[in-house]
Design a protein around this ligand. Structure first.
Ligand SMILES: [Cu+2]
Length: 200
């Protein structure tokens, strides 16, 4: 799971990172004041000029700053649902409908429903399911899709999909379609789904 592994790699939250930087700066100031500074930073006993002391201090601060930034930016934006491999089927000129497909992964311990989808390229966007009835493929509108706790649902051709209807433009291979998805936990995400030829 993505967020879990990120958590392992970056165990420090923003607050903790800040505190750790403050401690490191304090430690550094002590080192500079200490008689051992030259030995520690320059590998020799005494003799460092004030200039080189300042240089090493700035270099050390620079790296501490870098590690602090790395910690801050690496804290993952937490999404309860992770959306993977989205794509939209390309359309022929004049075609009014197409489908959007993706994998929805629920990384929480509670079931979450996909309750709404919308896009600027379509007049109406619905959540659909394709099923076989009397040997005929039919689609019907479903109110929501449940993504089980710690589970995954795949929206794929012939199954569940986001239906884009009343298309306002032709969707060509290589385009991107922005789709907003709303979930039952109140969260929402906007994805940029690449347009691909049928069969993708
Ligand atoms: Cu459909």
């Amino acid at each position: 799971m993505k967020s879990a592994s990120n958590r392992l790699r970056y165990p420090l939250g923003y607050k903790e990172a800040k505190i750790s930087i403050l401690i490191q700066i304090n430690w550094l100031m002590m080192m500079v004041k200490s008689k051992h500074f030259d030995a520690i930073f320059l590998g020799k006993a005494g003799g460092a000029s004030a200039k080189s002391k300042v240089f090493y201090l700035l270099a050390a601060l620079f790296f501490i700053g870098l590690s602090g930034c790395a910690d801050d930016t690496s804290v993952p934006e937490s999404h309860s649902v992770v959306i993977e491999k989205p794509f939209v089927r390309s359309t022929a000129p004049g075609q009014q409908v197409t489908g959007a497909f993706m994998r929805l992964k629920n990384e929480t311990l509670e079931d979450i429903d996909l309750v709404e989808a919308s896009s600027a390229v379509s007049g109406v966007t619905e959540i659909h399911e394709t099923s076989m009835r009397d040997g005929v493929m039919r689609m019907h509108h479903v109110g929501s899709i449940t993504i089980p706790a710690n589970g995954m649902v795949e929206l794929k051709p012939g199954g569940l999909h986001v239906m884009l209807m009343g298309l306002k433009q032709t969707l060509n291979d290589g385009d991107f379609v922005s789709i907003e998805l709303k979930f039952s936990d109140g969260s929402s995400q906007t994805i940029e789904a690449p347009v691909m030829k049928a069969g993708g």
